[in-house]
Design a protein around this ligand. Sequence first.
Ligand code: DX5
Ligand code: ZN
Length: 227
Amino acid sequence: MTHSVEIAPSILAADFASLGEGIRAVERGGAMLLHVDVMDGHFVPNISIGVPVVASLRKATRLPLDVHLMIENPEQYIQSFAEAGADMISVHQEATAHLDRALSMIRDHGCQPGAVINPATPVSMLSEVLGNVDYILVMSVNPGFGGQTFIPNVLEKIRHLKSIRERYNQSFRIEVDGGVGPENVTDLVRAGAEILVAGTSIFHTADPAEAVRAMKQLAGGALAQRA
Ligand code: DX5
Ligand code: ZN
């Protein structure tokens, strides 16, 4: 199966006082998704944004909103995020005892469900839900903060997921999040990643539109080699 590669700018690294401008810049650069990090100060040691910001983003862009829930009790908030305008919602395997139920709830609310694993969680923890997800998000940093260093052994996890997908003829997309930038895009796409989340390497540059464009180009080149 041929997948395309999408760059998903993470607004966590944008200037929240001028979020609209940041979004327009990454749209110009060819971003196909916006990644929205929701943190509760419990599941991760940081607090970010919640439902009202997703509702505002929904009015500010037509890009699909990829909402990454780093919160305890994710089931309790799925409906609110779906109603606020999320298109994709991902929940951490580590955050719920009822991952399968949470994924079904996301689908029932009209969104694409994704399951996320932290760096210390093996791919095998997801074996029973691979048929019930639209995407798997592999964390390449310990979640909670932008600007952290990429953990390279995630490449092996991505290769493993890709080979499972081929062996069982499944169709979930593979997303990677944390420390992603031009220096590792080629390796990530060759390994099997199709959605590349990037915050710092886009919004902390002088020209976020150009940063997206450059990563897209690298990703496209690597995908051609992979096919
Ligand atoms: C980390 C978040 C990431 C973060 C990535 O917990 O899930 O989406 O914004 O930021 P960078 O690209 O700066 O590592
Ligand atoms: Zn994220």
